[in-house]
Write a protein that binds this ligand. Sequence first.
Ligand code: 9YT
Length: 128
Amino acid sequence: MLVRQLADIIGTDRDVKAETWASRRLLLKSDDMGFSLHDTIIYAGTETLIRYRNHLEAVYCIEGEGEVETLDDNRIHPIRPGTVYALDRHDRHLLRASKDLRLICVFNPPLVGRETHDAEGVYPLLTE
Ligand code: 9YT
């Protein structure tokens, strides 16, 4: 069995930072679970354009406040603790935080570890 602490990940190469978020990557492809699992902070006052063309992502909010706007239909969905959303259509969307959001995120296929968004909000499909 694999046991790991968030505290042991912070400051390592599993603690990936971008302008609008920090992603603590608890489980990655190399852990052989078939998915990756992240504890993500989206910084208050930011907006992030995202489109996971190569991945499915489920997002579960455990702290904070914000909203996600799906850009195909311009619908805005509030996010608060207890909200889950699943990007089952590789939905292009804007993620906004009014207070720091803490999100538990699952990716399939799993991330390798160093992925960050390109200009369109896409993560590349990396191999190790
Ligand atoms: C919700 C979302 O996709 N935020 C961007 C970071 C991503 N969750 C990650 O790499 O952990």
